[in-house]
Write a protein that binds this ligand. Sequence first.
Ligand code: GLN
Ligand code: ZN
Length: 752
Amino acid sequence: MVSTQISSATIGFPRIGPNREMKKALESFWSGKSTADDLRTVAEQTERVAWLSQKDAGLDLVALDSTYYDQILDFITYLGLIPKRFQHLEPGFAQYFAMARGVHGAHALDMQKFFDTNYHYMVPELEASPAVEADWSGLLAKVERGQAVLGSDVAVPILIGPITLVSLARYPEGTDASALVGALLPAYVEVLGRLKALGVPEVQMHEPVLALGTANELQADFESSYSQLAGVGVPLNLVVYYDDVEEDVYSWLVRLPVQAISLDFCAVPGAAHGCATAATIARLGFPEDKRLGAGIVDGRSIWRDDGTAVDLLAALRARLGPNQAIVVQSSAPLLHLPYDVRAEKNLPGELTARLAFALQKLEEIVAVAKSGSGTAPPALETFGAAFPSDEGRSGIDASKYHRSEDYATRRPKQPQFRPFPTTSIGSFPQTEQIRRARLQYKRGIISTEQYKEQIGVEIGYAIGLQDALDIDVPVHGEPERSDMVEYFGLKLDGYSFTEHGWVQSYGSRYVRPPIVSGNVTRAGPMTVHEYRLAQAVTARPVKGMLTGPVTMLNWSFPRKDVARSVQAFQIALALRQEMEDLEGAGCRIVQVDEPALREGLPLKERRWARYLDWAVDAFKLSVAGAKPETQVVTHLCYSSFEDILPAIDAMDADVLTIENSRSDNEMVLALASAGYARDIGPGVYDVHSPVVPSVEFLVDKLRSFSSTGILGGDARRIWVNPDCGLKTRRWAEVLPSLRNMVQAAAILRAEV
Ligand code: GLN
Ligand code: ZN
């Protein structure tokens, strides 16, 4: 049978350039070193390279992905949804980058995580009845460039769908979201008409909001909007990604008046729920008169396809019949992957052979579409006897998840302090000297000894300052860590690091997540040396500092051949050994950071419990081996976690330090009303701001804690600390801030 019905398409691609061209061009433009024209030239060259590589790989349809900063910001601009504080600025780069980064007198748009990815978008600010003054010229010019580069039968415009756009936006309370969608529709109708006139083969309407568990509430919005949009007469491809769609959503979704529907068959990497989309289609079928965009090549995993995509395609064809038009695609836009694995020269060959970054995913899409035979790489190393089951629990004795004594019994045996004990979250300024030393060490300009000596000096400096400031629980300051995940990843076996594996986090900020590439085990002590250096120069108990297993995993590329829980448990066991070594070295307080715990929450709430269950167990597995006398601290840093309060309680940490200062004690209140009973250190000032908080401000903040009723006001168990680590601040800010913090604690203490 000739598979004339199987073609291939993309739905998004890295926008940063193979060599981070966009970052360099943006930063140079912002610093005034290059002109707007220079920036435009690089941007158009970068998009051209990206688009051409998709066409050259053999894709039938190429989505015209590209942006100067963020695709949502692009649509804010196209739609003319410019908040008042930016309206005096000249449209164009001045206004666009002001919204992205703020200017004097007008703070930037807020930034938020995009669905469950590590990408951050600029949050649209809508008024209750927004004045939509669309100017699509930027988008239309891009489409024309795309058509010139690719041909008009290949170039496909992307529109962020109106319903997703509104769902990502902030608007006054009580505003009717459907009315907001309605207000945007005329602009969408207009642009669809203009795109039709340009002769595009179709328009991709990206509506990832359909993957949320709450999407069923949007049925009426989708039906009325899309019937209007369909009226224009340009073929529409409704594109959904980041998860499967619920069955009730699916049943009305497939009846929308669009020509194609693109679905995610891979969902979250490593998630246990498998391919729900395929199951839904098997049960409910798919309309013959629509094209199915089959997102069967995993767009969020860096691993080569192991044959799954081919199997899925075969199953779909068997179910839907040979006449069903199917387009093979990535499950999600490829922007969450690094550009090209061929740029990696220092990874072990057998690992490289298993990896597929964005360019390699293109080859897979085409291979799957063309021959129905994907690449079948060698399977990853199989697991040892300790992790035989899917959840990886059966090798671990149940008692290992629990401290040997409960909180009430063990807490009195732990270090005791005066009321309102003071501490910090771990890192101190990563100064120019530290960064220079690290770079020189990396380049072999200074020796290991010289580097270690420099780090030792920094640690001594940090401890001396904290002693002088009279901080009860000092930290060593983390000068040896460029990044809290990378540092441990480099010390653990089973982690690999790329040289060029950059992924956009937001705007011009890219991250290079490490890869979990095998069974994770501890090669040797990871933090004991630095702990000892710090403890040697102070009589106060230095707090040990580890990155928790869930954060390690959520900020890495996980394996795909075993469940994420299994990987988290392996990391947990390594940390457990580290805890033991720290205790052996005399450490009595250890902080295990889990700032990314909440980030791993699945999009659909009904899947939260399962995730939280293993995530909390992984944390507990790391720390529960501690002696009752050892104080276990954890740190969480996001300003809202009401929805995971029971999980936080279940972590059973002796002390919980949390980000708090940007909200109005929201979390303290929530913890208080939930009856949270262990020590807590709500952040007293925002580390993201260079402003030095005054003593009065800090005293007020501390007083406000008692008004929440937390811990019945037990001042010995209310800790005083900043919101988060201080690595991005300068000493000139940190010193007076901490001094004021200690003074404020002293004032409160005198009142106890
Ligand atoms: N200990 C880390 C630090 O202080 C915690 C960072 C974080 O929460 N993101 O830098
Ligand atoms: Zn933090």
